[in-house]
Ligand binder design. Structure first.
Ligand code: GRF
Length: 201
């Protein structure tokens, strides 16, 4: 699969995906494009250093979210992108992108959804006092962190955890889980049947 990664910030998951690809662990997946809504973000530098083309657009420069996304979709189609991988992309997706890419957009979130959707999932988990949180990879729909779950992995919360220490362990799990799911998707093992993700061996 030809992959576009969407990211707004640091891009450590983007970097982990590139590393996995370089290590031969992305199966038939190839990262062909970075899309970012924040041209000044660190992730844009990472793409440049890795020699991956980047589409850097400011949503404010467009009259509507739909026109912003239409420009992205045109670029995805030009590059024959088959899978959209959201990795810290801080925007909701509209039907302009969802419709042509139905069942082909995935996201990673640092909690066991449906717990702690939205911003600062790690802080939310600490505030609530749960003893187990984790990482979810899911198909994207129009909501915030709401689509069908593909894979989840638990991370124990320790009594002495701070937001930093817990985030560190959660990120390590993300860097393993996301390449695994992308590789399985590229191998045709992950599908969507109505509201449920299907995973075959
Ligand atoms: C990750 O924790 C991801 O789960 C969430 O946003 C964060 C992005 O981090 N959706 P990075 O930009 O990949 O470093």
């Amino acid at each position: 699969s030809r992959i576009a990664v969407f990211a707004s910030g640091q891009g450590s998951n983007f970097a982990a995906l590139i590393q996995a690809q370089n290590a031969g662990k992305l199966g038939g997946g190839r990262i062909e494009l970075l899309v970012s809504d924040r041209p000044e973000a660190l992730v844009a530098q990472r793409a440049e250093e890795a020699g991956i083309p980047a589409l850097l657009l400011r949503p404010k420069d467009f009259a509507s979210r739909e026109l912003y996304e239409a420009e992205i979709v045109a670029e995805l189609q030009r590059r024959d992108i088959g899978l959209v991988v959201l990795a810290g992309y801080m925007r909701l997706i509209t039907p302009v992108l969802l419709t042509p890419y139905a069942g082909r957009i995935i996201n990673i979130h640092p909690s066991l959804l449906p717990a702690f959707a939205g911003k600062d999932a790690i802080g939310q988990a600490l505030d609530y006092g749960v003893k187990l949180t984790g990482v979810t990879v899911h198909f994207v729909d129009g909501g915030m962190d709401t689509g069908p779950v593909i894979a989840q992995r638990g991370v124990a919360v320790e009594a002495e955890d701070t937001a930093e220490t817990l985030a560190g362990r959660i990120h390590q799990v993300e860097y393993e889980l996301y390449p695994e799911v992308v590789s399985a998707f590229a191998a045709g093992k992950i599908g969507l049947d109505g509201r449920k993700a299907t995973i075959s061996e």
